[in-house]
Design a protein. Structure first.
Length: 300
């Protein structure tokens, strides 16, 4: 029996795209990734070759009968359009988060993938880190009283990466995955243009009406880090639990998951739960953006 192979193309060769090319060329032995075959990459810049991977045009990638799946690693702003093109061409799609910069677009793309019976997979490596897996174990079964997740990082170009609720959706994904569905109670954003500084503060309620706060703060020279303070009836968690380093890279873990979906090895329940989580986070990101962009309410 000939094992099923999926021809793939990587679109965009920034940091993630280069990691994708590397992992596709060196799949883990006897993992689902062995069913993916890299046939080329697409970039606006001209490279010729990267290792053994050859550069091909977008038109050729879309038309090729040999290419069954696209890995989209372009800037956030162009995800939506690129996903649409590849789904229309009848290809499966793996895209880096966020899949789109509006909830409406995300729902439309998901519907399109379902109509065409194609896998649309959104990378969420933040759920695959050992640090996160340990945190999730630590939080399991505890009763939340209140909590805060505070992220700091370097400045992003919002024209390319989108509003912070979308570019920072990894944090929102953590909160939903740890504490279940959330409702936004308020959200504000402070910007100091001349200092290139931005701070978004979002207040949520859990289904049990417990308060959670997400702060996304970016400015020049800010170290990329996450601080947590989750208080439970049994006490507070202020530091990440110690976690071993994983022997398998995050992008490789994600690639294996995508390959499993292509091979039909992921249960309907898991797929449904993932779809709910991804679309729910994008819906919330949009609500947050609307809150932040509302003109100040004046109370008389």
């Amino acid at each position: 029996q000939i094992s099923k192979m999926f021809g793939t193309v990587v679109v965009g060769v920034g940091i993630a795209g280069l990691a994708r090319i590397r992992d596709l060329m060196n799949p883990m032995p006897s993992s689902p990734s062995e069913h993916l075959k890299l046939l080329g990459f697409v970039s606006r810049r001209s490279f010729g070759n990267i290792n053994e991977a050859k550069q091909i045009s977008l038109e050729d990638a879309l038309k090729s009968k040999e290419i069954h799946a696209a890995f989209i690693s372009t800037e956030n702003r162009s995800h939506e359009e690129t996903i649409r093109m590849f789904l229309e061409a009848g290809k499966h799609v793996l895209v880096e988060y966020p899949m789109a910069l509006s909830a409406k677009a995300a729902h439309e793309l998901w519907e399109m993938a379902e109509q065409k019976d194609k896998v649309l997979h959104v990378e969420h490596i933040e759920l695959l880190t050992e640090e996160y897996k340990q945190l999730k174990k630590e939080v399991a079964g505890k009763d939340l009283v209140k909590g805060t997740l505070h992220f700091t990082g370097h400045v992003l170009d919002e024209n390319k990466s989108g509003f912070p609720a979308f570019s920072g959706i990894a944090r929102l994904t953590w909160l939903i995955d740890l504490f279940g569905d959330l409702t936004v109670t308020s959200a504000t954003r402070e910007k100091q243009k001349e200092k290139n500084y931005s701070r978004m503060t979002v207040h949520f309620q859990t289904a049990n009406k417990k308060p959670l706060t997400w702060i996304e703060e970016r400015g020049p020279g800010m170290r990329r880090e996450k601080k947590i303070n989750f208080c439970f009836t049994s006490g507070c968690l202020e530091n990440f639990p110690q976690a071993p380093r994983s022997s398998v890279g995050l992008f490789m873990q994600d690639q294996n998951l995508f390959a499993k979906k292509l091979l039909g090895q992921v249960s309907k329940e898991e797929l449904a739960a993932e779809k709910w989580r991804i679309l729910r986070c994008l819906d919330l990101a949009e609500v947050i953006q609307q809150y932040c962009e509302e003109p100040e309410k004046i109370y008389s």
